[in-house]
Design a protein around this ligand. Structure first.
Ligand code: SAM
Length: 204
């Protein structure tokens, strides 16, 4: 997976590569799909939600430009796989999931895997998690109609927000850097994510 889907497509951040080599992706997908866990596509994880394609996880993580001392906020815990990748690289990962069942299942699995630096919360991640702000990186793993203002506010100076922005079906992966309090946007590539719900997301 790492050789063929990640390195060969230009991801060279060694922290990302090592994290993806270490985290066992098949543990994060339903048993009946474990044979497909390392394939080049997203998989269903229940509740009409998905675990993202491995390359997408790698690309989004690399765009965050993380260092070991960083604190990261993830919106959309889903299976917990992306949270585990982040937790291998940074000091603390705060992750919010809208769907109760997914949040509880991911929390349990991440505890079983002994991740002590991941904190899972159930709720509307489009509002961020003010109590632990500011963050060096914020990663949104569902598609937003526009940049959620509160997420930008919760970024540290020089912090990076990586988020799919666009329509309900197709979005553009966008990287927003906070420089002198202002947002600097870079559009990366087109992508397809499940919708971000909530106050700063889609309404249903
Ligand atoms: N990062 C996940 C993984 O590694 O498995 C994949 C996440 S999946 C593509 C997107 C997730 O975002 C879904 O689980 C969905 O329930 C969640 N979501 C959608 N809107 C949300 C919101 N406002 N707050 C928190 N989670 C949200």
């Amino acid at each position: 997976m790492v050789e063929e889907q990640v390195k060969s497509r230009g991801i060279c951040d060694e922290n990302v590569i090592q994290a993806m080599l270490k985290v066992e992706r098949h543990l994060f997908v339903p048993k009946r799909l474990q044979d497909e866990a390392y394939e080049d596509y997203p998989l269903q994880i229940g509740e009409s939600q998905t675990i993202s394609q491995p390359y997408m996880v790698a690309a989004m993580t690399a765009e965050l430009e993380l260092s070991p001392e960083d604190k990261v906020l993830e919106i959309g815990t889903g299976s917990g796989y992306q949270s585990a990748i982040l937790a291998e690289i940074v000091s603390e990962v705060f992750t919010i999931e809208w769907i109760d069942m997914l949040a509880k299942r991911a929390k349990l699995l991440l505890e079983e895997l002994d991740y002590k630096n991941i904190f899972v919360e159930i709720g509307d991640g489009s509002l961020g998690w003010q109590g632990n702000a500011p963050y060096d990186g914020i990663l949104v793993t569902s598609g937003a109609p526009e940049m959620p203002e509160l997420l930008f506010e919760q970024l540290r100076e020089n912090g990076r927000l990586v988020i799919p922005i666009g329509g309900r079906i197709v979005q553009t992966l966008t990287k927003i850097t906070k420089i002198k309090g202002k947002s600097h946007k870079k559009q990366l590539f087109d992508c397809m994510f499940v919708p971000l719900l909530g106050v700063y997301g889609w309404k249903n």
